[in-house]
Design a binder for this molecule. Sequence first.
Ligand code: AMP
Length: 191
Amino acid sequence: MADKNFVIFGPPGAGKGTQAAKLVELIDVPHISTGDMFRYHIKNNTGLGKTAKEYSNQGKLVPDEVTIAMVRERLSQDDVKAGFLLDGFPRSVPQAEALDTILGDLGISLTAVINIAVSDDEIRERLAKRADKEGRADDADPAVIQNRIDTYKNQSEPCLAYYRPSGAVKDIDGIGSIDEVFERITNALGN
Ligand code: AMP
């Protein structure tokens, strides 16, 4: 595979994080998860963490300018020259536009947007299960879960329409075992 500049995309509970962890092991690029970055800041009670907590606890997106600045800084680091897997970014059309600008400045382009598709009912079931298992604050409350689904539909899903004309989107059926879904991803990437 030549370039390895990937985005993994999908609704909350689609299994993005799980698949991303497997994929970075295979292709050996940094895993850049904005959710993990925010959780790190929240845990360490940084200024950024305080802002992030306010929004993520309600199932809302952290404001674009904050998120974009954080990603811009991360993508300026040397280790992403070998490629990267962005997980949880972009999540709005302004973020997708900003990513194009950031990558344009770096002289690189996206290799593929891996879109993991699962139905709304399946999402609800999975988020409820994850709340039990991992105790994530933003998975525990049904109203917060609904907010996260609505946020995905209203703000994040339009990113797919933004990317489709470029042909970069690889649609992956997200229903099945972890290994089945992973095999679909590696097949789609031609690995
Ligand atoms: P995740 O683990 O990717 O589901 O992210 C957890 C939470 O972090 C989300 O519900 C948002 O509040 C926030 N977050 C993560 N990525 C982004 C992003 N690209 N833009 C805005 N907020 C984000």
